[in-house]
Ligand binder design. Sequence first.
Ligand SMILES: Nc1ncnc2c1ncn2[C@@H]1O[C@H](COP(=O)(O)OP(=O)(O)O)[C@@H](O)[C@H]1O
Ligand SMILES: [Mg+2]
Length: 374
Amino acid sequence: MEKDILVKLPLKQNLETTKVLKQLAKTSRSLAELKGVAKTIPNQNVLINAIMINEAKTSSSIENIVTTHDEIYRAMINPSNTTPEAKEVVDYRSAIWEGYKSVKENKLITKNTITKIQEKIEHNNAGFRKTPGTVIKNTTTNEIIYTPPQTYNEIIDYLNNLEVYINSIDDDIDPLIKLAIIHYQFESIHPFYDGNGRTGRILNILYLVYMDLLETPILYLSKYIIKNKIEYYKLFQETRKSQNFENWILYLLKGIEQTSKETINMINKISNEIISMKHELKNNPISSKIYSKELLEALFFEFYTKIPYIQEQLKVSDKTAQKYLDTLVNLGFLSSDKIGRERIYKNERLFNIIKNFDNNDEALNDINIETVEK
Ligand SMILES: Nc1ncnc2c1ncn2[C@@H]1O[C@H](COP(=O)(O)OP(=O)(O)O)[C@@H](O)[C@H]1O
Ligand SMILES: [Mg+2]
C-alpha cells in the first residue's frame, strides 16, 4: 500500500499569499461584525441554543444522519420516544456545549478535549484508533480515497504535534489561516474509528472561541460545507497531492465570510422578533399585566419552554407560571403540546426562524465519503 503524505505542523511554506491575504481581510471584517452584532442580544444563550440546533442537524446530515426540526423538538423533550437520528442530533448539540465549556474553563484545546467531544457523539469510549485498518472510502463507488496514519503511536505523535500547533497562540500566523490548517490536519490524522468529521467541525468553532475571534460558539461551517460538499472532498485530495494549501485556505475563509453574513441575518431576525413580541405583549391589556423582561427572555431561551423553567427563571409559583403560559397560549403568543405527561409551550415564531435558516436538504446524498474498516 502506498503511503499517503501527512506533513507535521507548522508547514514550511508561505501560506499568506496575495489571494489569501485579500480574502482574509474580507473574512476578518465579516467575522468582527458578527462578534459585534451578537453582543446586542442580552442573553447569549438565546443565540447559542438557536444556532447550535441547526449546526447539529446540518453537521450530522453531512454524515447521512438525516432528521427534521419537528423530530429534533420531540427528541429534546422526550429522548426515550424518538428516532435514533434525532437523538444523535440532540447529543451532538450537547457535545458542542460541553466542548465550549471545557475551552472556557481550561483555556486550552487538548487531545482530551477532543476525545471527550467524540465520546459524546459516538456514545463509546473507544478513544483514538488502536487497531489498523481504517480508510476513507467513497462508499458510492467503493474507491479508497485516503489511508490515514494506521498505528496508535503514529496517531498520537501527529496529535501531539497538532496540539502544540493549536495552542501556540503567539506564532506569527493569522488564526483564521491556522483554523484551515488545523481542520485539514485533524481530518487527515482521522484519529477515531468514526465521528472524525463531526468532531473536526466542532473543533473549528472551539478554536474561534479559544482565539477570541468570537465570544460564544455561534459560527458553524457545516451549512457551507454541505452546499459545497464535492469541493470540500476534492480539496482534501488536491491539497494532499500538491501540498499547496492556498485553495484549501481560500475555501474555508470564504466559508467563514459567507456564514458570518448569514449568521448576522439570523441574529437580526431573532432580535427583531424579540422586539416585536415585546411590543405586542406590552400593548395587549391582558398580557401587559404579566409582562416582564425576564418572561420575554425565558420565551426565547429555547424555542419551547415548560412550567418549571418559568417558575425558576421568574421566581414564581408553579400555579402562577402555568397561568402566565396559558394566558400566552390563549393570546396566540405560544402554542401548546402535551408530550407524555408534560405540557410544553412552544414559541413558533422562534422555531420558524430557526427552521427557515436551514434549507439545505436538497444538497444531500450526492456523494458519500465515510470512514470504514477495510
Ligand atoms: N480525503 C479526505 N482526507 C481527509 N479527510 C477527509 C477526506 N474526505 C473526507 N474527509 C473527512 O472525513 C469526514 C468523515 O469521517 P467520519 O469519521 O465518517 O466522520 P463522521 O462519523 O462524523 O461521519 C468528512 O466529513 C471529512 O471531514
Ligand atoms: Mg461516519
